[in-house]
Design a protein around this ligand. Structure first.
Ligand code: ADP
Length: 631
């Protein structure tokens, strides 16, 4: 063995003295030798390729972590490879000094690489495995797909929203606008995206729009407000806007907003307000107190007439039950009435025919007439009550009733007087008449001619007065006797009348005809009196050979009897007056009578609940009609 120091080795690393080529050391067969050589060369080539790949990788990925370790690793591989190359050359070139130095250097680099690798272990452990990486990749792709889909959905939502959705930058320039915005403004998307908020909103709203953006810049959350915009075709439309600030990394970058076209709603609200005002005006101009009551019977609206009439303030009444304005005695009746009304809501007066008493604030009552009209609203059935103070009518009615009572009483007293007078006058009158007749009989032709005339006048006057008194008695009796109502056959009544008037009929050669006559509900005696008066008049007021026809007609639940003649007739202006007592159209000499007959007929017919009237043409005849209840 030679003594060679490390210094000597370092000074002459390629000195091969003292060593034969490896072929000459030991019994190398050619195969074994070439196996080593070929394998070492192959390893060297592979070890050369690895650093080249690593260098290429680090060049392409400049940010790859642990670049130093990679370089160290590449050096280590390079050194290992060179060791193998030297191992192959040693078969011919025995550079054992250089080979030893190279192996030493390789050992140092190997340890340095190993030491540098240690801190990378935790990081390397944290790295995903290829499977994990694969799974993550799949998940990420799915996520990306979902993201794309949801983005598409959001875009669709944005695009097809009924409301306008828009974005604008801090200068107010629109950066996005959906289809609704295009439709509402009339501008194309391109036009809209070049415009600013100021250009779109109506001039008087620009300050507000700017203020809103400024407020948002101050960091306020979203705000809602109304804006009017001018559309491309020059129309104005009102929008309900809600907008808020868009920030990126905490810094404001723009504004996003949603706007709804409320022009129609606003116009409807305006016309509602106007019609409400008109309705109020109408309500106030109504002469009556007007109360609007909801379906629960609570007062919703009153006009000022209500305040005046009832003495309440408007606030005392609104929301109160309407019973507050009614007398307590009517509360129960009102509830029933309200139920009936709800079941059949037609306009009608409340309590027509009955007196309704309302109550004022001070508790006093006032007679009123109430007309109710229902109308259907979104809140249900609402009733308008028009309340009219009928104090005056009420007083007038009371006065009228009082007068009617007074009139009836004085009439009764008058009738009583007429009856008593005519009854009591009969006796002395009979005495006067019979003594006058006695004088006439005993002294006729014995005194002078004047005396005969005077006595004749006295006899005639007494006779006429007797007739008058008798008729007066008949008239006063007509209202006094009880009505004996029974089913009465008019044919029989007429036959009684004919026999009572037989003399007159024969004398005047009158022809009396009639239709089949009905059975009516009447007092037979009084009906005979009525028919007899009318037939007698028909004969009396006909010039020659009177023709009288009695007809009948059923109208609803009464019979109408008509007595028709072809006599002298009556002028229209007297058609009513002839039914008054003592009313005559002719002198005693022309047509005898006292003017009582028709007055008696009227009284008797009216006592039966009927009416009597005449239709006549002078010189052509008259028809007297009267009605009686059917059986
Ligand atoms: P009187 O027959 O006693 O005069 P009435 O009361 O019966 O009294 O009739 C009143 C008046 O009505 C008569 O005087 C006559 O002028 C008129 N009058 C009544 N009936 C007829 C008639 N059928 N035709 C024409 N005038 C009539």
């Amino acid at each position: 063995m030679r003594d060679v120091s490390v210094l000597e080795i370092l000074r002459h690393p390629f000195d091969t003295s003292g060593f034969p080529p490896r072929w000459h050391c030991g019994a190398w067969s050619a195969e074994l030798g070439w196996l080593h050589i070929a394998s070492d060369v192959a390893i060297w080539l592979a070890y050369m390729a690895i650093p080249a790949v690593l260098l290429y990788y680090t060049a392409r990925r400049p940010h790859v972590p642990f670049r130093g370790v990679l370089f160290l690793f590449a050096t280590f591989v390079l050194a290992c490879g060179t060791v193998h190359l030297i191992e192959a050359t040693i078969f011919w070139w025995p550079a054992y000094r250089f080979s030893g130095l190279l192996k030493f250097a390789t050992a140092i680099v190997s340890w340095a690489t190993m030491l540098a690798l240690i801190p990378t272990v935790p990081y390397a452990l944290g790295l995903r495995t290829p499977q994990e990486f694969e799974r993550e990749l799949v998940e990420r792709r799915a996520m990306e797909r979902a993201l794309r889909e949801s983005e598409a959905q959001y875009r669709e939502l944005f695009e097809n929203a009924n409301d306008i959705v828009y974005l604008h930058d801090l200068q107010g320039r629109f950066t996005a606008a959906n289809k609704a915005a295009i439709q509402a403004t009339g501008y194309s998307r391109l036009e809209l995206l070049g415009m600013t908020v100021d250009e779109l909103v109506a001039p008087e709203y620009r300050a507000l729009a700017r203020e809103m953006t400024a407020k948002k810049l101050l960091g306020q959350a979203g705000s809602s407000y109304e804006l009017t915009i001018c559309t491309k075709d020059g129309h104005r439309r009102l929008f309900d806007v809600h907008s808020r600030l868009v920030t990126r990394d905490g810094a404001p970058v723009g504004v996003q907003g949603i706007a709804r076209d409320v022009t129609e709603r606003e116009e409807a609200a305006k016309s509602l307000r106007e019609s409400e005002a008109r309705f109020r005006g109408l309500l106030e101009s109504a002469p009556d107190a007007m109360i609007i009551i909801d379906q629960h019977g609570l007062i919703k609206i009153v006009n000022s007439q209500v305040e005046r009439m009832f003495g309440y303030g408007r606030d005392d009444l609104l929301g109160q039950p309407v019973e507050k304005l009614l007398d307590e005695s009517l509360h129960g009746a009102y509830a029933t009435y309200r139920d009936q009304f709800a079941a059949d809501p037609r306009a009608r007066p409340m309590g027509s025919g009955v007196e309704v008493h309302a109550r004022r604030r001070d508790g006093s009552q006032l007679p009123v007439e109430i007309s109710l009209s229902p109308f259907l609203t979104d809140d249900g059935l609402v009733v308008t009550a028009a309340v009219r103070d009928v104090t005056e009518q009420h007083e007038a009615r009371e006065l009228l009733a009082q007068q009617a009572e007074d009139y009836a009483r004085s009439n009764a007293e008058l009738e009583q007087f007429a009856y008593v007078a005519s009854h009591d006058l009969q006796e002395p009158l009979r005495m006067v008449a019979s003594y006058c007749q006695l004088l006439q009989r005993r002294y006729k032709g014995k005194l002078d001619a004047d005396a005969d005339d005077f006595i004749n006048f006295a006899v005639d006057g007494a006779r006429r007065m007797q007739v008058l008194i008798n008729d007066l008695l008949t008239y006063s009796r007509a209202g006094r006797r009880d009505l004996a109502l029974a089913e009465t056959d008019c044919e029989q009544v007429l036959s009684d009348v004919m026999s009572n008037l037989q003399t007159a009929i024969e004398e005047r050669e009158a022809v009396i005809t009639h239709d089949p006559l009905p059975t009516v509900m009447a007092d037979r005696g009084q009906l005979t009196q009525v028919l007899q008066n009318l037939v007698a008049n028909a004969i009396k007021f006909s010039k020659c050979r009177p023709k009288v026809h009695i007809a009948s007609e059923r109208i609803d639940d009464e019979w109408r009897i008509a007595v028709r003649d072809h006599g002298i007739g009556i002028a229209p202006e007297y058609a009513e007056r002839i039914f008054e007592i003592f009313k005559r159209l002719h002198g005693w000499g022309e047509y005898p009578g006292t003017g009582i007959g028709l007055a008696v007929c009227k009284k008797l017919v009216e006592r039966h609940g009927g009416r009597i009237w005449v239709e006549s043409t002078p010189e052509q005849g008259s028809t007297f009609f009267f009605t009686l209840p059917a059986c």
